[in-house]
Design a protein around this ligand. Structure first.
Ligand code: PLP
Length: 284
């Protein structure tokens, strides 16, 4: 059965799916995206993802190409054609095709691309034993809050992590504060409090981050939205990362320093338990 992708409303074989070489997403990274987990045909935290998509588009002076109800229908068709109920869904909206010129054209049709893959869940050992990470300088622009397809600093930092044999790289600003990972939000735990960077322009306000804050409140775990330094992270009781596809993965080593007792801690485990029920139940 061939894999099918959706390009500007057309469902075509993935191997033949493409956009024009003068698509501004391709030439200028002039576009934004979302990655959404689909469970039993339901997009997890759909409202939060589409609200963020709309916001990202607004921030780059674009509008939603169509409403959420139309997105929902197109996604349902894509899942049906790929015989998938549980999937990782990728949606990209770029400015569209125009002769190459920095100036944004007045008349241009956005390009919308959607792909699905069978749902990939994090490896058991990552969740059970925790993962190691390194820290790298945050060299990104001043608007990581926009989910832009311009990910060059992120992929270069991830490459350093992979070459070092670790799971992720936490990016550190010029004040020594951890902003976030290359494709995940960063958290530490001190006692019964979890600490994560505030949702200003310096991070992507993760949907998993937002969902987890609610779960923490329900579990009477205090959330502090404030920057923390690399040293504070190394001395924390626990650390973990979150994203739509990683869910919650405990971190047991930062730059070769053991975090806590070197095992996933009780607060991380409790939050993961809460997130798992959120994910697999129908309330998300
Ligand atoms: N931070 C960055 C830079 C990301 O790219 C992502 C996800 O791709 C996240 C955080 C986590 O966001 P979410 O929980 O919405 O997947």
């Amino acid at each position: 059965m061939p894999r099918i992708s959706c390009v500007n409303g057309r469902y075509i074989r993935h191997s033949q799916a493409g956009v024009h070489i003068e698509d501004r997403g391709y030439q200028f990274a002039d576009g934004v995206y979302e990655v959404i987990v689909v469970v039993e045909g339901r997009m997890v935290d759909e409202d939060l993802h589409f609200a963020r998509l709309e916001r990202s588009l607004r921030e780059i002076r674009m509008e939603m190409p169509f409403g959420v109800d139309v997105f929902r229908l197109k996604v349902a068709e894509l899942l049906r054609l790929n015989h998938l109920r549980n999937a990782n869904l990728y949606i990209q909206v770029s400015r569209g095709v125009a002769p190459r010129n920095h100036q944004i054209p007045d008349e241009i049709q956005p390009a919308v691309v959607m792909t699905v893959r069978p749902l990939a869940v994090p490896k058991r050992e990552w969740v059970k034993d925790g993962v190691s990470i390194i820290t790298v300088p945050d060299i990104r622009w001043k608007r990581p809050d926009i989910k832009s397809v311009s990910l060059l600093p992120n992929i270069l930092a991830k490459d350093v992590a992979v070459r070092d044999g670790v799971y992720e790289a936490w990016q550190v600003d010029n004040k020594g504060m951890v902003t976030e990972g290359t494709s995940t939000n960063a958290w530490i735990v001190e006692g019964r409090s979890v600490i994560t960077y505030p949702p200003e322009n310096a991070i992507l306000n993760g949907v998993t981050r937002l969902a987890l804050m609610k779960i923490a409140a329900e579990a009477k775990i205090k959330v502090e939205e404030r920057p923390f330094s690399v040293d504070e992270a190394k001395g924390a009781d626990e650390a973990f990362l979150t994203s739509s596809t990683a869910f919650l993965i405990p971190i047991v080593d930062i730059d070769g320093n053991r975090v806590g007792n070197g095992k996933p801690g009780p607060v991380s485990r409790k939050l993961l338990e809460g997130y798992s029920s959120h994910l697999w139940s129908s309330d998300a």
